[in-house]
Design a protein around this ligand. Structure first.
Ligand SMILES: Nc1nc2c(c(=O)[nH]1)N[C@H]1C(S)=C(S)[C@@H](COP(=O)(O)O)O[C@H]1N2
Ligand SMILES: [Mo]
Length: 197
Protein backbone atom coordinates (compact mmCIF):
# COMPACT_ATOMS: atom_id res chain seq x y z
CA UNK A 1 0.00 0.00 0.00
CA UNK A 2 1.04 3.64 -0.27
CA UNK A 3 1.79 6.36 2.30
CA UNK A 4 -1.87 7.19 2.65
CA UNK A 5 -2.46 3.97 4.47
CA UNK A 6 -1.77 2.93 7.99
CA UNK A 7 -0.25 -0.45 8.80
CA UNK A 8 -3.69 -2.03 8.95
CA UNK A 9 -4.44 -0.63 5.49
CA UNK A 10 -7.27 1.70 6.48
CA UNK A 11 -6.68 4.88 4.44
CA UNK A 12 -6.32 7.99 6.59
CA UNK A 13 -5.66 10.76 4.11
CA UNK A 14 -8.75 11.79 2.09
CA UNK A 15 -8.33 12.52 -1.64
CA UNK A 16 -6.56 15.79 -2.47
CA UNK A 17 -5.31 16.34 1.10
CA UNK A 18 -1.78 16.53 2.48
CA UNK A 19 -0.56 15.94 6.01
CA UNK A 20 0.66 18.78 8.20
CA UNK A 21 2.21 18.66 11.66
CA UNK A 22 1.40 22.33 12.32
CA UNK A 23 -2.01 23.44 13.49
CA UNK A 24 -2.99 26.30 11.16
CA UNK A 25 -5.35 28.95 12.55
CA UNK A 26 -8.13 29.94 10.17
CA UNK A 27 -11.16 32.19 10.48
CA UNK A 28 -12.98 34.74 8.38
CA UNK A 29 -11.70 37.76 10.36
CA UNK A 30 -9.97 38.36 13.67
CA UNK A 31 -9.51 35.88 16.48
CA UNK A 32 -12.38 36.31 18.97
CA UNK A 33 -11.68 36.72 22.68
CA UNK A 34 -14.54 35.43 24.79
CA UNK A 35 -15.04 36.28 28.46
CA UNK A 36 -15.18 32.83 30.03
CA UNK A 37 -16.94 34.00 33.21
CA UNK A 38 -19.80 35.61 31.32
CA UNK A 39 -19.98 32.91 28.64
CA UNK A 40 -23.41 31.49 27.81
CA UNK A 41 -24.28 28.93 25.18
CA UNK A 42 -27.84 29.36 23.97
CA UNK A 43 -29.79 26.40 22.58
CA UNK A 44 -33.11 26.98 20.84
CA UNK A 45 -35.38 26.11 17.94
CA UNK A 46 -37.13 22.79 17.30
CA UNK A 47 -36.45 21.23 20.72
CA UNK A 48 -38.52 20.41 23.82
CA UNK A 49 -36.18 22.09 26.32
CA UNK A 50 -34.62 25.35 25.07
CA UNK A 51 -31.97 26.52 27.54
CA UNK A 52 -28.62 28.16 28.09
CA UNK A 53 -25.46 26.63 29.56
CA UNK A 54 -22.66 28.38 31.40
CA UNK A 55 -19.11 27.17 30.94
CA UNK A 56 -19.22 25.59 34.42
CA UNK A 57 -22.35 23.66 33.51
CA UNK A 58 -20.78 22.42 30.27
CA UNK A 59 -17.62 21.34 32.08
CA UNK A 60 -19.70 19.33 34.56
CA UNK A 61 -21.43 17.55 31.68
CA UNK A 62 -18.14 16.60 29.97
CA UNK A 63 -18.39 12.95 28.95
CA UNK A 64 -16.21 12.44 25.91
CA UNK A 65 -12.63 12.48 24.67
CA UNK A 66 -11.70 11.69 21.07
CA UNK A 67 -8.44 11.21 19.20
CA UNK A 68 -9.11 12.10 15.60
CA UNK A 69 -7.80 13.34 12.27
CA UNK A 70 -9.11 16.69 11.00
CA UNK A 71 -9.35 17.83 7.39
CA UNK A 72 -9.47 21.43 6.16
CA UNK A 73 -10.92 22.20 2.75
CA UNK A 74 -7.76 24.22 1.97
CA UNK A 75 -6.13 20.72 1.74
CA UNK A 76 -4.29 20.32 5.03
CA UNK A 77 -5.06 17.37 7.29
CA UNK A 78 -3.79 16.98 10.82
CA UNK A 79 -3.63 13.52 12.35
CA UNK A 80 -4.25 12.51 15.95
CA UNK A 81 -5.76 15.63 17.47
CA UNK A 82 -7.24 15.09 20.94
CA UNK A 83 -10.44 16.90 21.94
CA UNK A 84 -12.53 16.64 25.09
CA UNK A 85 -16.01 17.92 25.85
CA UNK A 86 -19.68 17.20 25.83
CA UNK A 87 -20.86 14.70 23.23
CA UNK A 88 -23.70 15.81 20.99
CA UNK A 89 -25.40 12.50 21.80
CA UNK A 90 -25.64 13.62 25.44
CA UNK A 91 -26.62 17.18 24.53
CA UNK A 92 -29.44 15.91 22.32
CA UNK A 93 -30.65 13.76 25.18
CA UNK A 94 -30.87 16.90 27.38
CA UNK A 95 -32.67 19.23 24.95
CA UNK A 96 -34.82 16.61 23.17
CA UNK A 97 -35.10 17.59 19.49
CA UNK A 98 -38.61 17.48 18.06
CA UNK A 99 -39.34 15.37 14.98
CA UNK A 100 -39.21 18.64 13.01
CA UNK A 101 -35.54 19.21 13.93
CA UNK A 102 -33.85 18.30 10.65
CA UNK A 103 -30.85 20.66 10.71
CA UNK A 104 -28.59 22.25 13.30
CA UNK A 105 -27.19 25.75 12.85
CA UNK A 106 -24.11 26.92 14.76
CA UNK A 107 -23.94 30.67 15.35
CA UNK A 108 -20.62 32.11 16.49
CA UNK A 109 -19.29 35.13 18.33
CA UNK A 110 -17.07 36.38 15.49
CA UNK A 111 -19.84 38.61 14.16
CA UNK A 112 -22.24 36.01 12.99
CA UNK A 113 -20.19 33.25 11.43
CA UNK A 114 -22.64 30.39 10.94
CA UNK A 115 -22.57 26.89 9.55
CA UNK A 116 -25.31 24.26 9.41
CA UNK A 117 -25.34 20.45 9.31
CA UNK A 118 -28.09 17.85 9.01
CA UNK A 119 -28.94 16.59 12.52
CA UNK A 120 -27.66 13.09 11.58
CA UNK A 121 -24.15 14.57 11.39
CA UNK A 122 -24.14 15.21 15.14
CA UNK A 123 -25.92 11.97 16.05
CA UNK A 124 -22.59 10.18 15.90
CA UNK A 125 -20.08 9.05 18.50
CA UNK A 126 -17.27 11.40 17.49
CA UNK A 127 -19.10 14.75 17.29
CA UNK A 128 -18.78 17.03 20.28
CA UNK A 129 -18.97 20.43 21.87
CA UNK A 130 -15.27 20.63 22.53
CA UNK A 131 -13.94 22.29 25.69
CA UNK A 132 -10.35 21.00 25.71
CA UNK A 133 -7.60 20.43 23.14
CA UNK A 134 -4.73 18.12 24.11
CA UNK A 135 -6.07 18.04 27.66
CA UNK A 136 -6.24 21.78 28.35
CA UNK A 137 -8.98 24.39 27.77
CA UNK A 138 -9.12 25.39 24.11
CA UNK A 139 -7.28 28.69 23.60
CA UNK A 140 -8.72 31.72 21.85
CA UNK A 141 -7.12 31.08 18.47
CA UNK A 142 -8.61 27.59 18.13
CA UNK A 143 -12.09 28.70 19.14
CA UNK A 144 -12.26 28.49 22.94
CA UNK A 145 -13.97 28.30 25.30
CA UNK A 146 -16.43 26.18 23.29
CA UNK A 147 -16.16 24.99 19.71
CA UNK A 148 -17.81 22.34 17.62
CA UNK A 149 -15.74 19.35 16.46
CA UNK A 150 -17.26 17.18 13.72
CA UNK A 151 -14.29 15.22 12.36
CA UNK A 152 -16.32 13.50 9.61
CA UNK A 153 -16.71 16.82 7.74
CA UNK A 154 -14.30 19.45 6.43
CA UNK A 155 -13.23 21.61 9.33
CA UNK A 156 -15.25 24.69 8.32
CA UNK A 157 -18.27 22.85 9.74
CA UNK A 158 -16.48 22.82 13.12
CA UNK A 159 -17.57 26.22 14.39
CA UNK A 160 -15.23 28.11 16.71
CA UNK A 161 -16.39 30.53 19.48
CA UNK A 162 -19.81 28.89 19.57
CA UNK A 163 -22.54 31.17 20.94
CA UNK A 164 -25.82 29.60 19.87
CA UNK A 165 -27.20 26.34 18.47
CA UNK A 166 -30.52 26.52 16.62
CA UNK A 167 -32.44 23.40 15.61
CA UNK A 168 -34.15 24.02 12.29
CA UNK A 169 -36.77 22.35 10.18
CA UNK A 170 -35.28 23.73 6.96
CA UNK A 171 -31.65 24.08 5.96
CA UNK A 172 -29.85 27.44 5.95
CA UNK A 173 -26.58 28.13 4.20
CA UNK A 174 -23.68 29.22 6.38
CA UNK A 175 -20.90 31.76 5.89
CA UNK A 176 -18.54 29.69 3.71
CA UNK A 177 -21.37 27.79 2.07
CA UNK A 178 -22.88 31.06 0.76
CA UNK A 179 -19.43 31.84 -0.62
CA UNK A 180 -19.25 28.68 -2.72
CA UNK A 181 -18.07 25.94 -0.40
CA UNK A 182 -19.99 22.67 -0.27
CA UNK A 183 -22.90 22.40 2.13
CA UNK A 184 -22.20 18.65 2.40
CA UNK A 185 -18.47 18.87 3.11
CA UNK A 186 -17.56 15.17 3.24
CA UNK A 187 -13.77 14.97 2.76
CA UNK A 188 -13.91 11.30 1.70
CA UNK A 189 -16.20 12.28 -1.19
CA UNK A 190 -14.09 15.41 -1.77
CA UNK A 191 -17.17 17.63 -1.49
CA UNK A 192 -15.36 20.99 -1.56
CA UNK A 193 -17.57 23.23 -3.69
CA UNK A 194 -21.29 23.89 -3.71
CA UNK A 195 -21.37 23.77 -7.50
CA UNK A 196 -20.79 20.00 -7.15
CA UNK A 197 -23.39 19.45 -4.40
N1 LIG B 1 -16.56 31.01 14.34
C1 LIG B 1 -15.83 30.54 13.33
N2 LIG B 1 -15.59 29.23 13.24
C2 LIG B 1 -14.84 28.73 12.24
C3 LIG B 1 -14.33 29.58 11.23
C4 LIG B 1 -14.61 30.98 11.33
O1 LIG B 1 -14.25 31.82 10.49
N3 LIG B 1 -15.36 31.42 12.40
N4 LIG B 1 -13.58 29.05 10.21
C5 LIG B 1 -13.70 27.60 9.97
C6 LIG B 1 -12.62 27.09 9.14
S1 LIG B 1 -12.66 27.54 7.51
C7 LIG B 1 -11.68 26.21 9.61
S2 LIG B 1 -10.58 25.44 8.59
C8 LIG B 1 -11.57 25.91 11.07
C9 LIG B 1 -10.18 26.24 11.54
O2 LIG B 1 -10.02 25.90 12.88
P1 LIG B 1 -8.59 26.15 13.55
O3 LIG B 1 -8.28 27.62 13.43
O4 LIG B 1 -8.72 25.69 14.96
O5 LIG B 1 -7.59 25.34 12.76
O6 LIG B 1 -12.49 26.67 11.82
C10 LIG B 1 -13.77 26.78 11.24
N5 LIG B 1 -14.63 27.40 12.21
MO1 LIG C 1 -11.19 25.99 6.42
Amino acid sequence: MNNNSTTNNIPRLPPGQHKTKKFPVLQKGRIAHINREAYKLQIEGEIEYPRTFSLDELNKLKDKEILTDIHCVTTWSKFDTRWGGLSFIKLLDLVKPRTTANFVEFYCADKGFTTTVPIERIQVDNALLALTYEGIPIDDKHGGPVRVVIPDLYFYKSAKWLAKITFLEKDRLGYWERRGYSNKADPWKEQRYRSND
